[in-house]
Write a protein that binds this ligand. Sequence first.
Ligand code: ADE
Length: 239
Amino acid sequence: MRIDVVTLFPEFVRQCAEIGVVGRAQRRGLLQVATWNPRDFATDAHRTVDGRPCGGGPGMVMRIEPLRTALAAMRQADPAPAHVIYLSPQGARLTQGRVAALAGMPRIALLCGRYEGVDERLLAHEVDEELSIGDYVLSGGELAAAVLIDAVGRLQEGALNDAQSATQDSFTDGLLDCPHYAKPLHDPYGDVPAVLQGGDHAAIRRWRLKQSLGRTWLRRPDLLSQCVLDEESRALLDE
Ligand code: ADE
């Protein structure tokens, strides 16, 4: 998969994409992240990328031209179609379901806004989807882009070493994840639950499912109404 990022802070985005699982996915050739700085495409002496908002008001707005040229350069470098996403607090809330769908696309492009945002005409002509990572305001789209790259990158086939760990993530089945423990079994902070110390795998699966259900009920009851348990989980609870 290829991810192009249009950003005034390309070093930040590249560094985020070089660490951990996503960095490894890039080194394994499963993911390519490329950045495009609109400032490199500004044509005036000061390399201006923003302007005062028409009609007045605070802050500055990212202008059409440097962004249009950056996107054109991106398409010239690789003409394969890209699904263009603008990251902003006005977008639809990003979910694990949407992450999984985006992870299956061959190419996405992320447009990061700064200042008050981006000229609406550029968005209307160039953007396929607007996404928010949560109901709070960041000072730019770069952190949101890094979040999306991480969430999508780790789902690339072969990115995770333990193939099971993506399917066991929180939200994959609509539930929060269960608690996890490592050795030592006994510690001043407590003991590892007895069921995890034994080898009864069905009992362990049942315990984990119940923990997930309990945590979701306590912490995110809103998720429960949308969660549909698969056959195996229902059978486990019936036992
Ligand atoms: N840019 C600024 N705030 C944002 C948010 N919450 N999500 C995505 N992009 C943003």
